[in-house]
Design a protein around this ligand. Sequence first.
Ligand SMILES: NC(=O)c1ccc[n+]([C@@H]2O[C@H](COP(=O)([O-])OP(=O)(O)OC[C@H]3O[C@@H](n4cnc5c(N)ncnc54)[C@H](O)[C@@H]3O)[C@@H](O)[C@H]2O)c1
Length: 339
Amino acid sequence: MTDYRHALIGCGRVAANHVDGFRRVPGWVLAAACDREPHVAEFARAHAIPRVTRDAGELFADPSVTSVSIAVDHRQHGPLVERALLAGKHVLVEKPLCLDPKEARDLVALADERSLVLSAVAQHRYDPLVLAVRDWVARGLLGDLVQASVALQARRTPEYYTDSYWRGTQDGEGGSALINQGYHCLDAVRWICGDLTATAALRRTRRLAGVIETEDTLGALLSASGVPVTLNVTVASSVEWRTRIEIVGVRGSVVFDLDHPGRLSHWEGPAELVRLAERENARGLAEEPPGASYYGTSHRRQIADFCRGVAGGGAMLSSAADAVGTLETIVSLYELSAG
Ligand SMILES: NC(=O)c1ccc[n+]([C@@H]2O[C@H](COP(=O)([O-])OP(=O)(O)OC[C@H]3O[C@@H](n4cnc5c(N)ncnc54)[C@H](O)[C@@H]3O)[C@@H](O)[C@H]2O)c1
């Protein structure tokens, strides 16, 4: 029997990852696709979604819709999440939760008051390797941490921005290299090392100057309970997409990247760490991604967790409150690097 009817709002680049995830969960159907542009009809046909609308309000007003995915520009996340929650829908919103930390806290409170599940996509938190490294750090297999560094180099063409109604604009995207592409690296290191305090940041727009209003490059120093964390993100590289995360402790260290989620590129430390790292690498992760390869395959893991939460299975592994912390760090980095 089918119990849950999910609707997708925003049928752009990332939408296929949501279709893929919800299609895998028994008892859930993708009941409707919504986009304010006409391409929604073709999207729904391609993915065999029975109902099409260009007005999200229709879905909010429909009591048969259990939950929605919101995958539109960053500026509209907050208002659409609020409308969905007020209409009694459980919500999975793409990152970032919204653009303003106070609004984010209010949305989390609203979801709690109404006993609705609110989750912001942070799919790499669900990557098996990220979860493994998080566990090794928590169990002290690396010893006390002494430093961490995280980097993303990506290439984004001028057309990536000029063909979009929202990317590269302060109003629509709220930033670029950090809040969009770099979000995952920052969020993953927070997930592994704990809350971050921003100390210093520098942002620039070089290669994309004159094309975007926002930054194409940002470098920062943060602290995770006194452990220095360096962050470097750019969308002005010649490399299409490459991440790198290094976690260094007094007993051991690991190096890995989010775009090869089944493989550590370096590990060193006590025998237990070596055994677990070798096991992770031997297991690998051979899954076909539904969308761009660097989005990975863990939307489906977070979506399964979301569905479990909606079905009364308890708190999700990664909560919307966690997404508020990542947003606060991002906003602090933008404030520190202003001017
Ligand atoms: N988690 C990831 O790895 C990942 C990857 C890509 C994008 N994203 C995030 O997903 C979101 C969407 O990104 P995208 O690349 O798919 O964008 P996109 O521009 O390709 O698609 C957005 C779609 O939303 C539609 N839309 C805008 N306002 C609407 C409204 N009020 N009602 C209905 N439809 C509306 C637009 O017409 C467009 O088709 C962003 O938050 C982005 O950061 C996340």
